[in-house]
Design a protein around this ligand. Structure first.
Ligand code: SF4
Length: 340
């Protein structure tokens, strides 16, 4: 690991001020000289591998603002402080009751030890586990822009079939983010120039020609909170994750589903897909296919077909298309049958 300077500011404004001093025009947060660290479960790994090379680490764990560590449950929303740990949110009874999808997406992620360390904001910003990204001897447009993409013709079993580009096909591996995008969450960020809110659906960027630019964040912006609106769909929601083994594995395919039902008919569906796309993936076409329909096997299968209509499989990951469809069908039918 390369040497770095460690700082532990006491306030969000002090953290943002440090990052601002070392920010450079056009340089994304993942390449900035000064980078934020909270749980460290992702960044520390990538520093050891030589993939991330910050000169300065700004540790957010000393920030004094209590709201950063609190979960506030209101009548129409849940607000998560950015430093709330995944395990705490997953185990909060009110969240399990009001919106099971949120708790399940956290519970089925990583290991117990990692969930106890990783912050919610850090979790949504986690970087891909593409093997060629992690191993610095391979060409990788995300790690070294313009160097090529070893995964295109390499072993791409874990890679994405939706949202890919000619530059990058890396999967976004997070689970919580799928629940957040399905539910229409908002992220609050702070910098020296002030605070702003970003719709979660705008936080992550498709790889396009610049897969190294992963989010809309500037390198001096600190995420302070994530707000999730509650609605008629929240209690009838679940997160189904399919993986190679039953724990401590990333999704091969997953589905976050929330339904507002009027009898057998879908008034509103909120659907996101994990393990199959380059960014958290809202399946709008599937939602539209279900709207106003009775949710039976046939309607669920039609929605799954719509969800994967634009899929672009490669040599080793074509299985994700039928697996993703079956995952979504099962999640839809199980969510329909929930007793709420
Ligand atoms: Fe790099 Fe993306 Fe290609 Fe993986 S898929 S090697 S992250 S450019």
């Amino acid at each position: 690991m390369r040497p770095f300077v460690y700082e532990r500011p006491a306030s969000v404004s002090a953290a943002a001020a440090i990052a601002s001093r070392f920010a450079a025009e056009g340089v994304p947060p993942t390449e900035a000289a000064a980078q934020f660290i909270a749980g460290g479960t992702n960044l520390a790994d990538y520093m050891k591998l030589g993939v991330a090379r910050p000169e300065r680490l700004v540790d957010l764990n000393g920030l004094g603002d209590r709201a950063l560590r609190q979960i506030e449950v209101g009548d129409d929303s849940i607000r998560f402080g950015a430093l709330v740990r995944m395990g705490e949110a997953a185990d909060t009874g009110e969240i399990k009751r009001l919106c099971p999808m949120l708790a399940e997406s956290l519970k089925f992620a990583a290991s117990g030890q990692i969930r106890n360390m990783a912050s919610l904001a850090g979790n949504v910003l986690q970087r891909t586990r593409c093997e060629y990204f992690r191993e610095t001897s391979w060409p990788c447009n995300k790690r070294e822009p313009g160097s090529g993409c070893a995964a295109m013709e390499g072993f791409n079993r874990q890679h994405a079939v939706l949202g890919t580009s000619n530059a990058c096909i890396a999967t976004y591996h997070g689970d919580f983010a799928q629940a957040l995008i399905a539910l229409g969450a908002t992220v609050e960020v702070e910098a020296r120039r002030g605070m702003r809110k970003i719709a979660f659906s705008r936080l992550h960027r498709l790889p396009g020609d610049t897969p190294n630019v992963e989010t809309e964040l500037a390198s001096d912006e600190v995420i302070t909170a994530i707000e999730v609106p509650l609605g008629a769909w929240s209690r009838r929601s679940r997160y189904l994750k399919i993986r190679d083994r039953e724990s401590y594995a990333f999704a091969l395919a997953s589905a976050a589903v929330a339904l507002d039902m009027d009898g057998d008919t879908v008034s509103q569906a909120r659907i996101a897909l994990g393990g199959v796309a380059t960014v958290p993936w809202r399946a709008k076409a599937a939602e539209e296919a279900l709207s106003g329909k009775a949710l039976d096997d046939e309607a669920a299968e039609a929605a799954a077909e719509a969800a994967f209509a634009e899929a672009k499989p490669r040599e080793h990951n074509a299985f994700k298309v039928p697996l993703g469809k079956r995952t979504l069908v099962r999640a839809l039918l199980e969510t329909r049958d929930m007793k709420v």
